[in-house]
Design a protein around this ligand. Structure first.
Ligand code: MN3
Length: 272
C-alpha cells in the first residue's frame, strides 16, 4: 500500500519538505513505513510544530504475520489464520484509513486514547487494527512457545496479582468464557499501578481507550474471543480454544511487553 501525504500550509512549501513529500509518495516499500512515519514526526516536531500537523492518508498498513499461517497449528488452524489476518485484520486497516482520512497523523497507540469520543469508525477499526497487530506479536509456534517463559519480574507480578500462574490462567479463562465476554470481544492482561489486571472488553475495545476500564491500563497479553478467531476449528467450543491458546503464547514477548510498559509508562507499540 502506498503512503500518500498531503500537507496543507502556506509556510510549509520549503524545498526540503517538497523533496521529502516526493520521496515518500514515490516509495512503495512497506517495510519503510515506520521509518517514514518517524521521519514525518521528527520533521514535524522540529520545523512545523507551531504551524500545523501533517495530514496523512492511508497512514496505517496491514503488518505481515511474524510467522507462517500454519505456524500455530494444531492449536490455531491455518484457514483461520488466513481469514483472520488477510480478511478481518485487513478490513480494519482499510476502514481506519477511511475513518482518519484528512485528519492529522497519529500513532496507532495514541489513536486509542480518545477512541470513544472519536466515534465508532475510529473506535471499532482503530481498535481492531491495534488489537490484532498486538495479538499476532505475542504468539509463536508451540515448539518455540514451549521454550519461552515468564521473566522473574512477570512471574512475581502474576503471583502478587492473582496468587499463582495457574490461578491467573484460570481467572483469564473464566473472563474469556462466553458468560463473561458475551458475544464478541477480547480478554487482556494489563498493567497499572504496579499490578496486573484481567480485563474483558466488548467488540474491538481495549484497555488503552479512556472510559473502557476503570482507568487506562497497558496490555501485555490479549486474546481475541470473536467467533471469527476460532469458529472454523472449534465451532461453539470457545473454552477449548482458550485452553489451546496457552500452547502458543510467547512468554518471552509478554515479559518484554511488561518491561516496556514499566520502563516507559506507555503502551507497547505495534507494527502499524
Ligand atoms: Mn479478530
Amino acid at each position: 500500500m502506498k503512503l500518500s501525504i498531503i500537507y496543507v500550509s502556506s509556510l510549509a512549501t520549503t524545498e526540503a519538505w517538497s523533496h521529502t513529500c516526493l520521496k515518500m509518495v514515490n516509495d512503495n516499500n512497506v517495510k519503510n513505513q515506520n521509518k517514514r512515519r518517524d521521519m514525518l514526526r521528527s520533521f514535524g516536531s522540529v520545523v512545523l510544530t507551531s504551524i500545523a500537523a501533517p495530514i496523512v492518508s492511508n497512514a496505517y498498513q496491514l503488518p505481515d504475520l511474524p510467522y507462517p499461517y500454519e505456524a500455530l497449528e494444531p492449536y490455531i488452524d491455518t484457514p483461520t489464520m488466513k481469514l483472520h489476518h488477510d480478511k478481518h485484520h485487513a478490513t480494519y486497516v482499510a476502514n481506519i484509513n477511511k475513518a482518519t482520512e484528512g485528519k492529522p497523523a497519529m500513532s496507532l497507540v495514541d489513536l486509542q486514547t480518545n477512541a470513544l469520543e472519536a466515534g465508532p469508525g475510529v473506535r471499532n477499526n482503530g481498535g481492531g487494527h491495534y488489537n490484532h497487530a498486538f495479538f499476532w506479536s505475542e504468539m509463536t509456534s508451540a515448539d518455540k512457545a514451549s521454550k519461552t517463559k515468564a521473566s522473574s519480574k512477570l512471574s512475581s507480578l502474576i503471583d502478587k496479582s492473582f496468587g499463582s500462574m495457574d490461578d491467573f490462567k484460570a481467572k483469564f479463562q473464566a473472563q474469556a468464557a462466553p458468560g463473561a465476554v458475551f458475544g464478541s470481544g477480547w480478554v487482556w492482561l494489563a498493567y497499572k499501578g504496579d499490578k496486573l489486571h484481567i480485563v474483558g472488553t466488548p467488540n474491538q475495545d481495549n484497555p488503552l481507550m479512556k472510559g473502557v476500564a476503570s482507568e487506562i491500563m497497558y496490555p501485555i497479553l490479549g486474546l481475541d474471543v470473536w467467533e471469527h478467531a476460532y469458529y472454523l476449528k472449534y465451532q461453539n467450543r470457545r473454552p477449548e480454544y482458550v485452553s489451546a491458546f496457552w500452547n502458543v503464547v510467547n512468554w518471552d514477548k509478554v515479559s518484554e511487553n511488561l518491561d516496556y510498559v514499566i520502563q516507559n509508562n506507555a503502551a507497547v507499540p505495534v507494527p502499524e
